[in-house]
Write a protein that binds this ligand. Structure first.
Ligand code: 0X9
Ligand code: ZN
Length: 295
């Protein structure tokens, strides 16, 4: 069963697709059950591997921000490509989590299209949810308003969705080379850190890999992604997933991809944009994997 790229799939359909993919490709694919979201939805990742021991690994998650619907198709495209090409599986073991915030993603389909956060209630407030991309246990910033779109949560990893990813990343630190969080929007390839513009030790490699990736994207249809330090290119943040993966020393290559925007406000591209976005971003991600494993 091939993923749909002509419409935005709902959460249940994406998980069913993951399960069917694993069932249909038992020699290549296995389920990575990361546990449950606050509302009890399954966090189902997929591992694609040639089965050899001691392989390096790469990780991709999509839609940790609920409203960023253009992201899951990119994760599904990665799965399609890696299933079809044994050479990619010889490069590394691939781990892909298509919907990192399933409660929020579902809510953005049923109730509020532009919902960003998780759906865990905040005690003593009518404002629901935590920004999962401020909830990771790296320089977590404990100050914040429940009602803010970037509320960091009651503690680091208060959100089970973030704890699940964090646990995977920290327990696979030995093999993990590359961490990528796929977001929208802005056509940006962001590298650590979000809390400082001070260059990290391997900043030259991070920029070189990001630039090679941007070149590969541009070669498809002319869209130019810009490669930037998160704090310089965007704004200052604490507790983001990419900074966690880099900051704890798990992934030497760690990025946030901000895909193309669309619709009013940028978070609402039409379904007709999906195919173009996945077609241009896949070569960029493949290039990133190749570069990070070779250097
Ligand atoms: O603010 C975010 O969490 C991300 N942008 S978004 O518009 N998708 O919300 C950017 C995160 C970039 N990474 C770090 N700042 N560490
Ligand atoms: Zn986002």
């Amino acid at each position: 069963r091939v993923a749909a790229y002509d419409r935005f799939m709902e959460f249940e359909e994406i998980n069913a697709h993951v399960l069917e993919t694993v069932a249909a490709n038992p020699d290549i694919a296995s389920l990575v059950d990361l546990g449950l979201s606050t509302e009890g939805r399954e966090l189902l990742g997929i591992k694609l591997s040639n089965g050899a021991a001691g392989q390096k690994s790469v990780w991709f998650d999509c839609a940790i921000h609920a409203r960023e619907w253009i992201a899951p198709p990119v994760c599904l495209r990665i799965i399609d490509e890696v299933l079809a090409d044994p050479a990619l599986r010889d490069l590394a073991d691939w781990y892909i989590l298509p919907v990192a915030n399933p409660d929020g993603y579902s809510y953005s389909h049923t109730d509020e299209r532009f919902w960003r956060k998780t759906r865990r209630p905040n005690e003593g407030s009518s404002c629901v949810g935590t920004d999962p991309n401020r909830n990771f246990d790296f320089l977590w910033d404990g100050v914040g308003d429940f009602c803010s779109e970037v509320y960091p949560g009651s503690s680091a990893f208060s959100e089970p969705e973030c704890g699940a990813i964090g646990n995977f990343v920290s327990s696979n630190a030995d093999s993990l080379v590359l961490y990528v969080a796929v977001h929208s929007y802005g056509e940006l390839i962001l590298y650590p850190f979000g809390h400082t513009v001070e260059p990290v030790p391997n900043v030259d490699d991070l920029i070189a890999a990001g630039t090679a990736s941007a070149d590969a994207i541009e070669a498809v249809g002319g869209t130019r992604y810009s490669v930037e330090n998160s704090a310089a290119g965007l704004y200052f943040t604490f507790g983001a997933s990419d900074d966690y993966a880099y900051g704890i020393g798990a992934a030497l290559y760690s990025y946030t991809y901000e895909l193309s925007g669309g619709g009013s406000g940028g978070f609402n591209p039409p379904a007709s944009a999906i195919q173009t976005v996945v077609d241009e971003v896949w070569p960029g991600l493949k290039t990133l994997v190749e570069y990070s494993l070779a250097n």
